[in-house]
Design a protein around this ligand. Structure first.
Ligand SMILES: *[C@@H]1O[C@H](CO)[C@@H](O)[C@H](O)[C@H]1NC(C)=O
Length: 512
């Protein structure tokens, strides 16, 4: 996260300006504090400094910083990140208060430069505030784009891409002689599936395709930079022009790509793909065409934005962790392979219809998401009204941001037995909801109304790719697997700090 860099930037700026800014904000801060303390009973929390609030207590891995604070102040805390008041929640019970009892009050999103400049003035479902537009676009997602029927219509895309991944892995490993960059393979498959599903295109074949991949990376970095800057507006303003310029430039590039995709779909249809699978852009254009559902061009582009930025990196980092756990825990990997084999046999590759029959596979995916959620803190929500929470009846004022430490919840020793051990068996025989609707013991997809709309698609993809990788190959780390480096790095999602390399050995000829 950019917090520490923000503070460095502040220190580097001219000292007199800083002093004035500090003084002004301190006065402002005292006034705010006086005006609000009489009516609210806020949760406990550390002292808040003027201007920066508690920013100095955040390191490069904010979920760890928060857990550290929560050990001292408890499962619900009151902090300030720069200018913004934040309520921070670190247990299942508290998460339930916010995602179930007060889900509606906390269903909005803060205003943001990304929302305004990058996604067509809040047309993206991810960045749009609570209201009619958001409800409308959410209905489009839930009733048109992410229905089981629609998802199964993309099945051939997934199966084709996964098969070609297996061949590519075997080639890259020079028939099992050298280690492959597993991180790269996973990155490639996640991008390919999402791009084909949304736009009927592939991202990494030719030059044109490489540009597409780079564009998504650029989008993600811009979102991260802008959100970081906005935490302390008065420091962000030092380079506001520069940031806004970069954001507009990124917007221009994205808009060009999105317009191009839409044009190609309208005239002459998509070039390369001969398959008759309707991709997401097809579906949206058809809706716009028939007028069955009111959807404007900007909304279509914003949906493309949401799918690309929400669906690729998160999937990549999740699967990278799952494969890491497989390499690190050979016994579990072997058990998974046996379970797959007992359903699929040794003479054909896994298909999607096999997946529901391999319970252990689902457990491995869940266990991996529990320990390694791609978004360790949910994307901040903002309250639109005051609400009273918990047994101590804290009053949370409107316009408070909500942060849930998903990472800590998944590792809470009060909820999980032996929480740091990778043990898929804990999910056997339990049909546990992991989408944050009825169960709040792990929240890899957030939860409540603002939960990730693509959760089902993400889980399905993970299961298929993992099953195929494990059915086709045995995997071996170079060196001692139990010493595999497990450091985390928070870029745009919580991924491995170092890329994973492993040597595959072919188990099934049909795979290549
Ligand atoms: C491995 O793949 C990752 C992700 O694509 C990439 O960033 C990295 O440079 C690759 N490492 C090597 C040594 O090729």
């Amino acid at each position: 996260m950019a917090f520490s860099r923000l503070i460095e930037a502040a220190a580097a700026a001219e000292a007199p300006t800083i002093v004035i800014v500090l003084l002004l904000s301190f006065i402002f801060y005292l006034r705010r504090r006086n005006s609000s303390s009489s009516i609210t009973r806020l949760p406990p929390g550390p002292f808040q400094w003027p201007v920066i609030g508690n920013l100095h207590q955040f390191g490069r891995l904010p979920h760890l910083s928060i857990q550290h604070l929560a050990n001292k102040y408890g499962p619900i805390m009151w902090l300030r990140l720069g200018y913004y008041p934040v309520v921070v929640v670190s247990t299942t019970e508290m998460a339930k208060e916010f995602l179930k009892t007060h889900d509606l009050a906390f269903s909005s999103r803060p205003k943001s430069g990304v929302g305004e400049h990058l996604v067509y003035n809040y047309k993206s479902m991810g960045f749009s505030p609570y209201g009619d537009y958001w409800r409308h676009i959410r209905r489009v997602w839930m009733t048109e784009l992410m229905t089981p029927k629609r998802l199964s219509s993309f099945r051939s895309i997934r199966e084709e891409e996964v098969c070609s991944l297996m061949r590519s892995i075997w080639e890259k490993s020079e028939q099992g002689r050298v280690a492959v960059n597993v991180s790269k393979a996973i990155d490639w498959i996640s991008s390919s599936i999402v791009w084909r599903t949304v736009a009927g295109k592939k991202c990494s074949e030719d030059r044109d395709g490489k540009d597409l991949c780079d564009m998504v990376k650029r989008l993600m970095l811009t979102v991260k930079e802008v959100n970081g800057r906005e935490i302390i507006p008065c420091i962000g303003w030092f380079d506001l022009q520069g940031v806004t310029r970069r954001m507009k430039e990124t917007h221009r590039i994205f808009d060009g790509v999105a317009q191009n995709i839409i044009d190609q779909h309208i005239n002459g249809r998509k070039r390369e793909q001969s398959s008759d699978v309707k991709d997401i852009v097809d579906v949206l254009l058809e809706m716009a065409d028939t007028g069955a559902i009111n959807i404007q061009l900007d909304s279509i582009k914003a949906i493309i934005f949401d799918v690309l930025t929400g669906g690729i990196e998160t999937a990549t980092s999740s699967l990278e962790w799952t494969m890491t756990e497989m390499v690190r825990n050979p016994d579990i990997a072997r058990k998974l392979q046996q379970e797959i084999e007992s359903v699929v046999g040794k003479h054909r590759t896994v298909t999607e219809s096999d997946l529901p029959n391999i319970e252990y596979l689902q457990c491995v995916v869940k266990e991996s998401l529990r320990l390694h959620p791609p978004a360790p803190l949910i994307f901040p929500r903002e309250s639109t009204e005051a609400c009273t929470v918990g047994a101590k009846r804290y009053v949370i004022p409107p316009k408070t941001r909500l942060m849930i430490n998903v990472w800590a919840i998944g590792r809470d020793p009060a909820v999980w037995e032996d929480p740091l051990t990778f043990k898929p068996e804990r999910f056997m025989g339990k049909d546990m909801d992991i989408k944050g609707r009825s169960d709040f013991r792990m929240l890899p997809f957030g939860g409540g109304r603002r939960g990730c709309p693509g959760a089902q698609m993400a889980i399905g993809n993970m299961e298929l790719i993992l099953a195929q990788l494990m059915h086709c190959f045995d995997w071996r780390a170079e060196g001692d697997p139990s010493e595999l480096d497990m450091s985390e790095a928070l870029e745009t999602s919580l991924s491995r700090k170092h890329n994973l390399f492993a040597v595959p050995t072919l188990k099934l000829l049909n795979c290549i």
